[in-house]
Design a protein around this ligand. Sequence first.
Ligand code: UD1
Length: 364
Amino acid sequence: MPKILNIVGARPNFMKMAPLIAAIQRRSPHVTQVLVHTGQHYDETMSEAFFQDLNLPRPDYNLGVGSGSHAEQTASVMLAFEPILLAQRPDWVVVVGDVNSTLAATLVAVKLGVSVAHVEAGLRSFDRTMPEEINRVLTDQIADLLLTPSPDADANLLHEGIRPDRIVCVGNVMIDTLYHRLEQAEQSRVLNTLDLTPDEFAVLTLHRPANVDDAETLRGIFSALAEIAREIPIIFPAHPRTRTRLQEFGLELPQGMRMIEPLGYLDFLRLWSQARLVLTDSGGLQEETTALGIPCLTLRENTERPITVTQGTNKVVGRNPVRIINAALEILRDARFRQTRVPDLWDGQAAERIIEALLERTRP
Ligand code: UD1
């Protein structure tokens, strides 16, 4: 009987794994699964809240690695995961995304001769100062099966010399979760709690080291946000890393900006899906806003998700305050955003295609 071991570690992993776990459950008892949480994220708001909102099963193992330098975090996952993998010997290890846990688990499995499938393979920002880019490139080089969200990802992999038979375009599994949870998110009371009217506020997320770890860069971004907040209130669920930096740098919140605790999946979905505008440096939110047609400004110099720009609602505006302000004002003054399209295979069925691809390639 095929056995699949799924790895999660950090917040953006949970919504990508949830539909796959459900797809495997639908095939029970013909397929079995094991869930390993590395514990890279551990705060209630960064982890447990998502297990509840997404009905994720309790992990069979929690490695409890927590925070640390990149080397510490990666090494801790490797050391803790190896004995579990030796004991479990699954047919597949499935990793998602580009966090340190993704690369660490892949390295362990590949060296023990266990097949690895990488979900969300092939994305490239071509910016090797981003830790995630290193994790993506290395994971894709050594994983056995590369499951991509869009054709641009396939092209990146082929360009890196990866054989076509290792690549399957399955679509965007995070959008499976988005579509499956939309109705439930409508029950969220978050707009009432925050006293917000749909379409009359903006949402901000900001946590990339390149944006928040340098005082001058963060100050520049906040000067732009202060201008935007004069036009429309900005709601800012703050990542713990960013909250710490703001305190360290003694940066005041601009008038019109409200910093709140990180939200769970359903409350956050309700919040951004009713926003006039989203400002973010997250990867996933660029895709989610494209799926629902919400205008998105990406506060980074590049994106590994170009399809959200060519087909979707995303605009990459970088860190220059003037560019950020102008792009935001343009959206706020324009009643209609330009025509956009949801990319092919972002249809709520990606997890089904993933499990089929895995089972087809499982030795009897
Ligand atoms: C990680 C991922 C990033 C992803 C982000 C989503 C890597 C290299 N980065 O970045 O790709 O976009 O998750 O959130 O894997 N912290 C807490 N509580 C937590 C987790 C973290 O307080 O539950 C604080 C700690 O101070 C920690 C810092 O946040 O040192 C950074 O956490 P870490 O997991 O190293 O990276 P993220 O910035 O969260």
